[in-house]
Design a protein around this ligand. Structure first.
Ligand code: CO
Ligand code: CO
Ligand code: CO
Length: 306
């Protein structure tokens, strides 16, 4: 737990451990079914990021039963259930409370081979960094609330947030990687900082190689940025060296708080081409090589633009 890994691990015996995580949040899209799907994909993601196999889950629900139609809750739960079915995970129960603001998520339990646990503190010098989904869902969900996101942008963001990281997880289980985490609330810079700090290394990432969902930059220029993303930049800024000409909205794009984001994988140069090819085989989103690990320097992250 000390290295802010995505899940708790409890060793059962010499070969296997239980892997456990919990995540829940308030609705980030209007459609209850989509919200349920996103919440489930997001909760399952932490298990995948560590190389585990989720088995079953429990629902965590808060709902204003006196103000909102209970049918809405059923639809949220159906979204979560369908996403879990896709992941081959059974929902075995849960707990709900009455609350003014709806909240939904899951506690997910999985199993993992002790030898296959992928932590975030094991990145190696010269590793390549691969990102499996484009960034910008925080900015886009903020734009959705302001009703200024384009239809195609909304669709792409929802595709990103509802898609499971299970296929990518299969690939990192078959091709050895050194470290992995999923990109969520702390954004790319926050989660990368954690890998660097706990692995005693720094990272160099190339702004030009970092994939963003269409319209993210034009929204960011107009200050459509969630508070969480601004907080991320304020918090991690002192650990980052940005190339000189970078504009503030681009720094914020790199810090954008994600929901159900992709995996950030640290893999040896020997394995990275093979992994990238595997990840990009009939995949919904293009995985990108965004940078590499370098020796530990005063800053943990160097953002270049070449
Ligand atoms: Co995580
Ligand atoms: Co999490
Ligand atoms: Co109960």
């Amino acid at each position: 737990f000390e290295h802010f890994d995505d899940c708790a691990i409890y060793r059962l015996n010499d070969t296997q451990s239980i892997i456990q995580t919990v995540d829940f949040f308030t609705p980030i899209v209007d459609d209850p079914y989509t919200f349920g799907q996103i919440a489930a994909a997001n909760a399952l993601s932490d298990i995948y990021a560590m190389g585990g196999m989720p088995i079953f889950a429990l629902n965590i629900v808060a709902f204003p039963t006196d103000k909102l139609d209970l049918d809405i809750l059923s639809i949220i739960l159906k979204g979560g259930e369908d996403k879990c079915t896709e992941a081959n995970v059974k929902i075995l129960g849960g707990h709900s409370i009455k609350d003014d603001v709806p909240k939904y998520g899951l506690a997910v339990t999985g199993i993992i081979d002790n030898e296959k646990i992928i932590k975030n503190n094991n990145a190696k010098l010269n590793d390549d960094l691969i990102l499996t989904k484009p960034l910008g869902t925080g900015i886009i969900t903020t734009a959705i609330k302001k009703d200024i996101a384009k239809k195609a942008t909304i669709k792409m963001a929802i595709d990103v947030m509802t898609s499971l990281n299970n296929i990518a997880a299969e690939k990192i289980n078959s091709i050895k990687v050194n470290a992995c985490t999923d990109i969520t609330g702390y954004g790319l810079v926050g989660h990368l900082h954690e890998i660097c700090k706990s692995s005693n290394l720094s990272a160099k990432i190339n702004y030009k190689k970092i994939p963003f969902i269409d319209q993210v930059e034009s929204l960011a220029i107009n200050d459509i940025i969630p508070g969480g993303s601004k907080n991320n930049l304020a918090f991690f800024n002192e650990n980052i060296s940005f190339y000189k000409e970078i504009r503030n909205h681009q720094k914020l794009m790199l810090s954008d708080a994600q929901t159900s984001g992709g995996l950030l994988i640290s893999v040896s140069k020997n394995n990275s081409k093979k992994l990238l090819k595997e990840l990009n085989k009939n995949s919904e989103f293009k995985s990108s090589l965004i940078g590499e690990l370098v020796s530990k320097k005063e800053k943990t992250i160097f953002v270049i633009n070449e």
